[in-house]
Design a protein around this ligand. Structure first.
Ligand code: ZN
Length: 167
């Protein structure tokens, strides 16, 4: 929000904000890595699914925990104005969403970070990540996955080995 708008703002509305929307930017993904004493560590990925609904891949942590992690992130921030932000990466919008699925071996993909044994860099757009999806009814890892950024679909040919690792 700019200072110009700030001046015109109704003080009451600012004290008790009613958010009419909150959304992700054109990069279509927001990742929060967290670690706590006693609970361990994990990651929350906010993204839009294929139906354009905002989702949070929370690794089974409940919404209240996610909220607390977000609050902790804000508390840890140094607040700046405009102008200090480095040029953000250029927008990509699910450009590969309609392409044929690509068969890959999860074990041969580059892991996106050291904290997760599941997250991989997207071998197609290089900027997005594959999270590995789970069946919502039985929590089994799914062979089908897609890049959260470019939308490219993938099929893990070694899904059985991946499932085996969780046993
Ligand atoms: Zn991609």
């Amino acid at each position: 929000m700019t200072k110009k708008i700030m001046k015109k703002i109704n003080k009451k509305a600012l004290d008790n904000p009613i958010f009419s929307y909150s959304q992700l930017d054109e990069n279509n993904s927001f990742l929060l890595l967290w670690g706590t004493e006693g609970v361990g560590f994990g990651e929350f990925t906010f993204y839009y699914n294929e139906e354009n609904l905002m989702c949070c891949a929370s690794e089974y942590m409940d919404p209240e925990f996610v909220k607390q992690a977000l609050c902790a992130m804000v508390d840890n921030c140094r607040f700046t104005e405009f102008g200090e932000i480095n040029e953000v990466s250029k927008p990509v919008e699910a450009i590969n969403i309609d392409k044929e699925p690509i068969e890959v071996k999860h074990s041969e993909l580059e892991r996106a970070d050291d904290n997760s044994s599941f997250r991989s860099d997207c071998p197609v757009c290089k900027d997005g990540v594959l999270l590995v999806q789970r069946d919502q009814s039985n929590f089994k890892l799914l062979a089908e996955d897609h890049c959260v950024l470019c939308g490219q679909k993938f099929i893990y040919s070694d899904i059985e080995e991946l499932r085996e690792r969780e046993r």
